[in-house]
Design a protein around this ligand. Structure first.
Ligand code: C5P
Length: 231
């Protein structure tokens, strides 16, 4: 495997509707520190000069994306979004098929995580660039975790083995594409690592920063603004 000449690409799935935000537009277009959430996310990634290109998966009915200046950036490639997040990621992978080698690295990063820092992206790349499989940014769980059914506690998980999966998630182009294609339609695939796990691989984790939050609920926007200012 030729690791020396492997290049790095990013895929940003941005075709979700973000129902939990209860907003008039998808959460990636809500305003955050004077820009759309998606713009903030892409600006952070564009700051990582090692990335050869960034494929952004956009819903077919999305009127907001063409309005963003960043859509015309020479490193930004627009791909059609899919039904589920995994379909959008697969579409992003297909959009760079002609340019990416099977051994190239792909970093998949949620559009809804605008507080990603350049240092965390570079740490992930540096930690895993010689790895055979790849891995993800993750956070150890500090809360005690309960197994619950019908609001009744059925047990307590041993949190020493529990980590929260963040993004970016970094895998080789060929391996990730094959894993997502093999798992198409499988609801158990909620991130890229789970697709690789189902193929029998063991992705690694790299400890990420706790401020790399995913904007999910209305109050997350104010928190993201605070983190952007602090960083
Ligand atoms: O909804 P959730 O926050 O889990 O979505 C994570 C990311 O996946 C978001 O950036 C969202 O835009 C994206 N997504 C997508 N295509 C879908 C569903 C979600 O690109 N069909």
């Amino acid at each position: 495997m030729n690791t020396i000449h492997s290049r790095f690409w990013a895929i940003v799935p941005a075709a979700g509707v973000g129902k939990r935000m209860q907003a008039d537009k998808p959460k990636q277009y809500l305003s955050l520190a004077g820009k759309a959430v998606l713009e903030q996310t892409l600006l952070r990634l564009l700051d990582v000069e090692q990335l050869s290109g960034i494929a952004v998966a956009i819903s077919q009915e999305d009127p907001y994306w063409p309005e963003l200046g960043i859509a015309g950036h020479p490193k930004v490639i627009t791909a059609p979004g899919g039904k589920e997040r995994a379909d959008s990621v697969l579409s992003g992978l297909r959009s760079i098929r002609e340019r990416a080698d099977d051994n190239d690295w792909v970093l998949v990063h949620d559009a809804a995580r605008p507080c990603i820092t350049r240092s965390d992206v570079v740490l992930l790349m540096a930690s895993l660039k010689d790895d055979a499989v790849g891995g993800i940014l993750a956070l150890a769980s500090h809360d005690t975790l309960k197994q619950v059914e019908g609001r009744i506690i059925h047990g307590t998980l041993d949190r020493t083995h529990i980590w929260r999966a963040l993004t970016p998630q970094m895998f080789r182009y060929g391996m990730l594409k094959a894993a997502l294609e093999a798992g198409e339609g499988n609801p158990a695939i909620t991130d890229e690592a789970s697709a690789l796990e189902l193929m029998g691989y063991q992705p690694k984790i790299v400890e990420g920063r706790p401020d790399n939050i995913k904007i999910t609920r209305p109050e997350d926007l104010a928190l993201a603004q605070f983190y952007l200012e602090q960083q």
